[in-house]
Write a new protein. Sequence first.
Length: 191
Amino acid sequence: MTFFSKRYSVKIPSFISIMYCDKSRAILIKGPLNQKLLKLKVKLHIDKKQNLINVTKISFDNVSNRDKKLFKSLQGTTTSLIKQFIHEVSSKIYKKLNFVGVGYKAFSVKTDSLKLTKFKLGYSHDIFIKVFNNTDVNLYKSNILFISGNDFQDVSKLTSLIRSYKMPEPYKGKGILYENETIKLKEGKRI
């Protein structure tokens, strides 16, 4: 019996199905919401009795001793990617944005083919953002925005794009903030 570190092992939930192929160097993770394919650079060992995926530091090709350190880091990266993909196929990912400031609002715009969101952020013009296909933007009131989807990267990308238009400033605390973010306010000039 081979011993594998707990750090590089992933528990497979009962509602997730895994398909692993050594020849194609890929793992397919299927869940109730979605399925994801991950191309691999290191080999995996799947224990069906204990429902575990163990990530090894053995590469698919012969590697020199100098490059073996690279595969030690790839072992951790592959483990975290598998955990993230299991989370993505089993549940929706969401992020919440709060608009803090007078007149900072968001509106959903209905068109035939595009999903657009309109923002009023104190500029002389309105800002329109196209929403990705596999993400949803829901408005609660007009100053709270929920962004949800199945892909963590798409949700994070859209959230950071919206936030980049009005970053929180440290003197008055106005701007677009994440759900549990607090701004430590600086003291202004004294006369």
